[in-house]
Design a protein around this ligand. Structure first.
Ligand SMILES: [Zn+2]
Length: 181
C-alpha cells in the first residue's frame, strides 16, 4: 500500500508477518518506507506515521524526504509549464513544416524525451521544460519527422537535419539531461 503524505511524499507501506512494531527506512530513491504488522489498516498506518514524524525526521538523512518533496514539487511545476507551452510549440513547428499529428500526450516517462505512435499521437516528456529551448525544439522536430519515417534511417535524419541543421550537436547535448525525476 502507498500513502500520500504532505511531508514525506509517497510512503511505501509493507505488511509483514514478522513485524511487531512499525519500522521506518529510506530507499535509495529517497522514498520513505514503513514496515507494519500484517493486517494493519490504512487508517492505523497513517496514525503511526503521524505519531512518528519527529522520530522519522531525526532518524532519516535530512535530504532524503526533502529530495522526494522537491521532486514532487518540481514535477507539478513542470507539468503546468508543459501544458502551457508544449502544445503551442508542437503546433508551431507542425504548421511551419506541414506535418499532421492526431494528438499530443504529455508524459512523465523516465527513459524517453518523446515518441510517436502509429496512431499519430505524439508524446512529449514534461522534463523537456528543464532543457534549453534549442534541445526541446530538436526533440519536437525529431518526433514530427517520425510522421514521415518510422525508423532512424538516413532519410529520417536528412529530414530532421533540414529543419534543425544543428541536430547532431543538439542530440549530443541532450545526453547531459535526464527526462525522469
Ligand atoms: Zn526517434
Amino acid at each position: 500500500m502507498i500513502l500520500q503524505d504532505s511531508e514525506f511524499g509517497e510512503v511505501i507501506v509493507r505488511r509483514s508477518t514478522w513485524c511487531k512494531n512499525p519500522k521506518f527506512s529510506v530507499s535509495t530513491s529517497g522514498r520513505l518506507s514503513m514496515s507494519v504488522p500484517a493486517h494493519t489498516s490504512e487508517f492505523l498506518a497513517k496514525r503511526w506515521l503521524n505519531a512518528s514524524r519527529r522520530q522519522i525526521r531525526d532518524k532519516l538523512p535530512i535530504n532524503d524526504p526533502r529530495t522526494q518533496r522537491a521532486r514532487d514539487a518540481q514535477k507539478k511545476i513542470l507539468t503546468k509549464k508543459a501544458r502551457d507551452y508544449l502544445p503551442y510549440r508542437l503546433e508551431f513547428w507542425a504548421h511551419k513544416y506541414g506535418y499532421r499529428y492526431s494528438n499530443l500526450r504529455l508524459s512523465h516517462a523516465n527513459t524517453r524525451w518523446g515518441s510517436r505512435s502509429s496512431s499519430g499521437t505524439i508524446s512529449l516528456n514534461i522534463g523537456l521544460m528543464k532543457v534549453p529551448e534549442a534541445l526541446r525544439d530538436y526533440v519536437i522536430l525529431h518526433e514530427l519527422a517520425h510522421i514521415n519515417h518510422m525508423d532512424h534511417s538516413p532519410e529520417f535524419w536528412a529530414e530532421v537535419g533540414a529543419h534543425d541543421p544543428n541536430y547532431k550537436r543538439h542530440r549530443q547535448l541532450l545526453k547531459q539531461y535526464k527526462p525522469g525525476f
